[in-house]
Design a protein around this ligand. Structure first.
Ligand code: NAD
Length: 366
C-alpha cells in the first residue's frame, strides 16, 4: 500500500471508532518540551459543556489510551444525564508515568490545551491527578474544577463519590434483601485509594465485615488498621464468599474470567467501566442472578461535587443532598431492569439517553 493510502485507511478506522460511540470531537494534544501527550474526548454536549476528569496512566499503547478516553467520556455523558445535571460528557487522558512526568510546566501546558477549547471541555481530577494539579491548570484556564477549598473550589470530590457509591450499594441491598442495612454483610472492596478508603470507613461504621485488596501494601495496612478491614490477595478477591463485591480500582474487572468466580449477590463499586464488554458481561451478571448497580450511576457523587463548583458558590451540604438522590435512582433502575428483563446497565443507559434525546429537541450541542 502507498503511504497516502495507508494514512487514509488509518484515519478512516480512527473516525469509525469515534463515530461508533457517537463522539462529537476528539482532540490530540502534543507538546515536545514537556513531553505531554494527551487525548481529550468530547462525547456529547447537548446538555451543556463536557465536564469530566483527567486521568494520567502509563498506557501500554496510544490506542489503549484512545479507547480509554472514548469509553470514559461516553460514560460521563450518561452519568451527567441520569443524575439530572446540565452538562455533557468529556474526559481527558494523559499518557505517561504520573510519578515522574508531572511538573508545573507539564500541567500548565495541558491547561492551555483545555483553554484552547473555549469552554467546550471542563476538566477535574481523575486517577493520578491531585488538587495541586488542578491549581496549575487553573493558571492557564478557568475551565477547571476540583480546585482546593482555599481557592473557593469543592476540594477532592472522592468523599462525595464514596458517599454515592455507598448509597447505591444500600439501594441494591434493599432490592436483594428487602432492607438496606449493610450491618453484618460481607463486602469485598477492591482498591482502597481516594474513594475506596472513604467507602470502607462508611461500611465499617455501619457494621459490615469488610475485606480489602490493593497493589499498595502501605494503603492496605493503613486502611486495615484504621477500620478493622481484613486484607486479601489481589486475585483472591474474586473467589471470596461475600455478599457484595465493590470494584474501586480500575475498569474491566467484570469479564469472562471473573464473573464465573463471583459468589456475591451484588456488585456495587465506584470504578468506571467495570464491565469489560458492556452488553455481554451485563447479561452474564444478570443470568447469574447478580444485581449490578450501574457504575456511572452510583459513582456520580464526584461529578455532582465538581458540577456544584462549576455553577459557582460551592456548598458542600447541597452537593451531598444532591448525591442523596442516587439511592432512589438506583433502586428505580434495578426495578426497571427486573421488570423489563434487561441488564441494569442497559436500563440506566436507556434512561440517560431519553433525557438527552428530549433535551436535544430543544437545544443544540454546546
Ligand atoms: P485512586 O488512584 O486513588 O485509587 C485506586 C486504587 O486502586 C489505588 O489505591 C491503587 O493502588 C489500587 N489498584 C490499582 N490496581 C489495582 C489492582 N489490580 N488491584 C487492587 N487495587 C488496585 O483512584 P480513586 O480516585 O479512588 O478512583 C477509584 C476508581 O473510581 C477509578 O476507577 C475512578 O475512575 C473511579 N471514580 C473516581 C471518582 C473520584 O471522585 N475520585 C469519581 C468517579 C469514579
Amino acid at each position: 500500500m502507498e503511504i497516502k493510502e495507508m494514512e487514509v485507511a488509518q484515519s478512516t478506522s480512527l473516525f469509525n471508532q469515534v463515530s461508533t460511540m457517537g463522539h462529537e470531537q476528539v482532540v490530540f494534544c502534543y507538546d515536545e518540551p514537556t513531553g505531554l501527550k494527551a487525548i481529550i474526548g468530547i462525547h456529547n454536549t447537548v446538555l451543556g459543556p463536557a465536564l469530566g476528569g483527567t486521568r494520567m496512566w502509563n498506557y501500554t499503547s496510544e490506542s489503549e489510551a484512545l479507547t480509554d478516553a472514548l469509553r470514559l467520556s461516553r460514560g460521563m455523558t450518561y452519568k451527567a444525564a441520569i443524575t439530572g445535571l446540565n452538562i455533557g460528557g468529556g474526559k481527558a487522558v494523559i499518557i505517561g508515568d504520573a510519578s515522574k512526568m508531572k511538573t508545573e510546566a507539564f500541567m500548565r501546558r495541558f491547561g492551555r490545551f483545555v483553554e484552547s477549547l473555549g469552554g467546550r471541555y471542563i476538566t477535574a481530577e481523575d486517577v493520578n491527578m491531585k488538587t495541586k494539579d488542578m491549581e496549575y491548570i487553573s493558571m492557564e484556564t478557568k475551565h477547571v474544577t476540583g480546585l482546593p477549598e482555599s481557592m473557593g473550589g469543592g476540594g477532592d470530590p472522592s468523599p462525595v463519590t464514596a458517599y454515592g457509591t455507598y448509597l447505591g450499594m444500600k439501594a441494591s441491598a434493599k432490592k436483594v434483601y428487602g432492607n438496606d442495612s449493610l450491618s453484618g454483610k460481607k463486602v469485598a472492596v477492591q482498591g482502597v485509594g481516594q474513594v475506596g478508603m472513604h467507602l470502607v470507613e462508611r461500611l465499617s461504621k455501619e457494621g459490615a465485615e469488610v475485606y480489602i485488596t490493593d497493589i499498595s501494601e502501605e494503603k492496605l495496612s493503613k486502611v486495615a488498621s484504621q477500620h478493622g478491614a481484613k486484607v486479601v490477595g489481589q486475585e483472591e478477591i474474586y473467589d471470596l464468599d461475600v455478599d457484595i463485591y465493590a470494584p474501586c480500582a480500575l475498569g474491566a474487572t467484570l469479564n469472562d474470567d471473573t464473573i464465573g468466580r463471583l459468589k456475591c449477590q451484588i456488585v456495587a463499586g465506584a470504578a468506571n467501566n467495570q464491565l469489560e464488554d458492556e452488553n455481554r458481561h451485563g447479561s452474564m451478571l444478570m443470568d447469574k442472578g447478580i444485581v449490578y448497580a450501574p457504575d456511572f450511576l452510583i459513582n456520580a457523587g464526584g461529578l455532582i461535587n465538581v458540577y456544584a463548583e462549576h455553577l459557582g458558590g460551592y456548598n458542600k451540604e447541597s452537593a451531598y443532598q444532591h448525591a442523596d438522590k442516587i439511592y432512589d435512582t438506583c433502586l428505580n433502575i434495578l426495578n426497571v431492569a427486573e421488570n423489563d428483563k434487561i441488564p441494569a446497565q442497559e436500563a440506566a443507559i436507556q434512561l440517560a439517553q431519553e433525557r438527552i434525546d428530549a433535551m436535544g429537541k430543544v437545544k443544540l450541542s454546546f
